[in-house]
Ligand binder design. Sequence first.
Ligand SMILES: [Zn+2]
Ligand SMILES: [Zn+2]
Length: 67
Amino acid sequence: MSDMGTCACPGCEHQVSSEEAALSEGRAYCCTACAAGHPEGMVCKHEGCECTELNRPASGDLPHEQI
Ligand SMILES: [Zn+2]
Ligand SMILES: [Zn+2]
């Protein structure tokens, strides 16, 4: 099979191979964490990948609900 380009996750520069691609909404991601948008800081399968930090929800900085 072939390369599917770069992971569609913002900040992730890893090449996606067809055998390990995680598809979401027609785009190819390097792993399921990226495909899911890193919910609750779920880490990219590539250790130290910048996308994990970039997509981590800012803790302690959540907006208060406006009334
Ligand atoms: Zn990544
Ligand atoms: Zn990612």
